[in-house]
Design a protein around this ligand. Structure first.
Ligand code: NAP
Ligand code: F7E
Length: 348
């Protein structure tokens, strides 16, 4: 039985990866941040009482800002595989919190790599590490983007991911460690954070459909993204670590749509004329935008045997269905006199 350690386990990808590894029989350990409010909602369905002897999911407090704790966790858990998914992952927020984003995304990855190097040196195992890289690293370089495409990052987030990528390559080459950089294009799901554009749209459509909201304010509707489903993408992360030699891989569907096209498909499926509800608000524009991402995942297909199984249309439908159901639950609670969180919180 293998043991995995996931940083960022409470995020979208962390929850799908934890599910995937549990189904494969892994013992899964996750690093969670201390928060004054619960941040484990995405794990509730796989969480087991710590007293249950058969449980496969184990959560530990930690933070990518705390190097000593990362070392301690690696020594204590002795993982075979480490997945570094933790990040301040919002591109627009990174313009406002550039230094913090660099500390978590770039230096945080370095802290984990350094702890991993020491652990690998004396553990007697040959542990493997996955670093969550991003198509944002390509930024302004025109599509299609593959492993051979030069990086041209357009945000503090993307610059930090480029640094983390090269730390990974350098630790692999300098210390002979098994480290893979995944260069993943956008991937979404009903568990996507509510301030990313796809989820912001489907969340609003659900509430508009039920008469709980009228307007949705968005930024650049012309940006194009290669959107896949997160469940497909965590499988690619795992496949990278099952190879005999470490390498870097682009993971993408190869198809690209604009935000406007996403609205058209999602609005049509929800039975709404989105043009009556959407307004463009420049506050959501980015100082430097990434206009066009479309990945070429031929290498992942050839070497990993990976291909996406969930289509763009299926992804959009799953997200709209999920958010219609959530809006119905909210409406029931409201009618019963309960408070529901304000969607004004979705301000990015
Ligand atoms: P997400 O939903 O934003 O999750 C980020 C996770 O990182 C959360 O668990 C968060 O914890 C945790 N985290 C943030 N700061 C931390 C810190 N200082 N120490 C420890 N944990 C911290 O992101 P995601 O969409 O699942 O993406 C997973 C990873 O892939 C990220 O590194 C992201 O940058 C990268 N990526 C994502 C995509 C995509 O399209 N989804 C594409 C390419 C790359 P809290 O729950 O406490 O906030
Ligand atoms: O924006 C435009 C926005 O925030 C997509 C992260 O997971 O994927 C994600 O980064 C596009 C951009 O994702 C709004 O300008 C328009 O062009 O959903 P997003 P992202 O910036 O592509 C990459 C691969 C990551 O690695 C990141 O961690 O949509 N857009 N109007 C908007 N975006 C947002 N958020 N909100 C709007 O109102």
């Amino acid at each position: 039985m293998k043991t995995a350690l996931i940083s960022g386990i409470t995020g979208q990808d962390g929850s799908y990866l934890a599910e995937f590894l549990i189904q494969k029989g892994y013992q899964v350990h996750g690093i969670i941040r201390r928060s004054s409010s619960f941040n484990t909602d995405r794990l509730d369905h796989i969480y087991a009482d710590p007293h249950a002897s058969s449980r496969q999911l184990h959560l530990h407090y930690g933070d990518l800002a705390n190097a000593a704790r990362l070392s301690q966790l690696l020594e204590q858990i002795q993982p075979d595989e480490v997945y570094n998914l933790a990040a301040q992952s919002h591109v627009r927020v990174s313009f406002e919190q550039a230094e913090y984003t660099a500390d978590v995304v770039a230096t945080g990855a370095l802290r984990l790599l350094e702890a991993f190097r020491q652990y690998a040196g004396h553990s007697g195992k040959s542990p493997k590490l996955y670093q969550a890289g991003s198509s944002e690293m390509f930024g302004a370089t025109p599509p299609p983007q593959s492993e051979a495409t030069p990086f041209y990052p357009r945000s503090p987030y993307a610059v930090s991911k480029v640094a983390a990528h090269w730390y990974g390559v350098n630790f692999r080459e300098a210390h002979g460690l098994f480290i893979c950089n995944g260069i993943l294009f956008n991937h979404e799901s009903p568990r996507r954070g509510e301030t990313f554009v796809t989820r912001k749209i489907t969340r609003a459509l659900g509430r508009i459909k039920l008469g709980m909201q009228d307007k949705l304010y968005l930024g650049n509707l012309d940006a194009r993204r290669d959107w896949g489903h997160a469940a497909d993408y965590v499988r690619a992360m795992w496949l990278m670590l099952q190879q005999d030699t470490p390498d870097d891989y682009v993971v993408a569907t190869g198809q690209s749509y604009s935000v406007r096209e996403f609205l058209h498909l999602a609005g049509g499926y929800a039975g709404l004329d989105w043009t009556r509800h959407v307004e463009v608000d420049p506050r959501y524009f980015r100082p430097t935008e990434v206009d066009y991402l479309q990945g070429d995942a031929a290498k992942a297909r050839r070497i990993l045997g990976w291909a996406p199984e969930i289509s763009f249309e299926e992804l959009v439908r799953a997200m709209v269905d999920g958010d219609l159901e959530l809006a119905r639950q909210e409406q029931t609670l409201l009618r019963a006199g309960h408070l529901v969180p304000s969607r004004g919180a979705a301000h990015a």
